[in-house]
Design a protein around this ligand. Sequence first.
Ligand code: VG1
Ligand code: CO
Length: 542
Amino acid sequence: MDIQSIKTTPYTDQTCGTSGLRKKISVVKQENYLENFVQAIFNSLEGFEGKTLVIGGDGRYFNNTAIQKIIKIAIANQFGRLIIGQNGILSTPAASHLIVKRGAFGGIILSASHNPGGPNGDFGIKFDTADGAPAPQSISDKITEQTKIIDHYWTVNINDIKLSEIGEQVIGSTVIEVVDSVRDYASYMQEIFDFEAISNLFKNGFKMSYDALNAVTGPYASYIFETLLGAEEGTVLNKTPLPDFGGLHPEPNLTYAKHFVDKMYQDDAPDFGAASDGDGDRYMILGKKFFVAPSDSLAIIAEYMEQIPFYKGKFYGVARSMPTAPAVDKVMCKRNLPIYATPTGWKFFSSLLNANKISLCGEESFGTGSFHLCEKDGIWAILFWLNIIAITGKSVEELNFDLWHQYGRVFTSTQSYEGLEVEPTNQMMNALKEKLNSLVGQTFFGHKIIETGIFNYIDPITGDTANNQGYIIQFEDGRIFSRLSGTGSSGATLRMYYYAETNEQDKFSMDAVEALSDFIMAANEIMGIKDYTGKDAPNVVT
Ligand code: VG1
Ligand code: CO
């Protein structure tokens, strides 16, 4: 085995954000950039010699080149077995599942999730630990430390490995195993949900449309919805993972998946619509001419959790990210079960999931998951919805109105201002921080502020802290929460999260953005968003 030590020099910008390292392709393509980061991951860990590493990605541009490099570095670093998705494809949840199922040391997932792909797009690298969870902050910090002192990496001088055929080959003392990207994950879904009941829905004429946005979930969705569950052929749209996602932006929301949302608002729309993001860990649910807010989806899943046998007697609690509107809190309150509010990013849920404090968790950005995996899981959430519909015989819209009639409606909207200049955006956030205290007691557009604060988090299991996670402006009847995104690859992105509650039934059908307009105007007045950013309006509104 020709193991080589290659001299290198550190890059100073390899810091992990909300979800691993995210950079422009042009940055990742710099000499040794990817190699440095991958070796830094291994340098920050111990005891992996002879162990198993799972590798896969969302199929975006540079996926295959990156995987070949990682295979060689992993062989040189003495991993015993590499499990790789066929053609380099693994969704984030499927990778997480494989790590646990195969007792792996961890996994490397190549994805920039919802960020655009193609030669001018973004690339990303995430490391998952043995529990299939995104690396916690402590490990991310160690990786970043290692990137700053790296002076060489290990690799082997071998030909590229063929990833198109399932099977094993041995290189030196490492077994390379190419696996079907879909089958194990699909079997797991069959263990969790009632596939017979769902397939009966389709047999009885239930119509669904699913948009994979030319990203990783196409093969998963085709096999699960069409082959296993019998949804008619053509149910899954844009089903081939493409390096540039065919020009689509793989973020399922009202702005970037507008073409699909429009389809669901036509007179001949199917009963059920769903879409997933680039790496398959997020999802959007639509009914006929009806959009489900992520926080309502979380609440509805919680409401039916114990009706799915897999979860019976195992409903311990729920966590939502702090910016997520608290619709699920009411469901949990009724059951007298705990609810946790964590910072944005899936890594903050893992400790609660592993300690059996929660069974379900979710974010405002269309991510939901349960203890079945330590990652958010789009297809799982969509199957959960189908299973609820099969149990109740109710439409998507009816399920939402049931929730609102029982608990009141929590209007919610997330509004992102992308591509901002960093300096003035930071100034705006600092100015808000300075004035937080003075806001208490003031009234804006008829709504009184009762509390403000900086969201600092202490993990109830590990004691780890995460400070300065966003600013809370709590009104008597609603809330503004603001933070800066941690997944962008250039400039700054401001995320504004709004919610307001009502128990008045005649308001239940209102458009959420309209219902929240006072709070949106208040945020502009308090923060001076236009003055600082130059933007009249957000470019992504959900
Ligand atoms: C965004 C979302 C957050 C999500 C993260 C990673 O982060 O807001 O909820 O966990 O993306 O998701 P940010 O820092 O840009 O707001 V994924 O699907 O990229 O793994
Ligand atoms: Co994602």
